[in-house]
Design a protein around this ligand. Structure first.
Ligand SMILES: [Cu+2]
Length: 101
C-alpha cells in the first residue's frame, strides 16, 4: 500500500516538473522571443502587448492563437516534436519559430 502511494506521488510530481509554460510577449510588432525551444507537452502563451491586433499562426496551419487584441493572450500546447514556423496574419513580416524536442 505504501509503495503504491509513493509511486503515484512520484509520477504526479515528475509530470508537473516536465510540463512547462513559456510566455512569448508580442511587442513593437515582434515576438519576444522569436525563437523558442521547448519539450513535447509544454505550453506556449502569446501575450499581445501592442496596440495593434496580432496572431501567431503556424505556416503549416497546425495551430493558431486566433486574433489577439491588445492585452489578450492565448495558449497552445505542443503534443508532438517538430519545428513550427509561424507568422502574424495581419503583419506577415512578423515571424517566429517553436522548436519542440
Ligand atoms: Cu501582427
Amino acid at each position: 500500500m505504501r509503495f503504491a502511494i509513493t509511486l503515484c506521488a512520484a509520477m504526479f510530481m515528475s509530470g508537473a516538473a516536465w510540463a512547462e509554460v513559456i510566455t512569448i510577449d508580442i511587442k513593437s510588432f515582434k515576438y519576444n522571443a522569436a525563437d523558442v525551444t521547448i519539450s513535447v507537452g509544454d505550453t506556449v502563451i502569446w501575450v499581445n502587448q501592442d496596440r495593434a491586433r496580432h496572431t501567431a499562426t503556424a505556416r503549416d496551419s497546425s495551430f493558431s492563437t486566433g486574433t489577439l487584441k491588445t492585452g489578450t493572450s492565448n495558449e497552445i500546447t505542443f503534443a508532438s516534436a517538430g519545428t513550427f514556423e509561424y507568422f502574424c496574419k495581419f503583419h506577415r513580416k512578423m515571424a517566429g519559430r517553436i522548436i519542440v524536442n
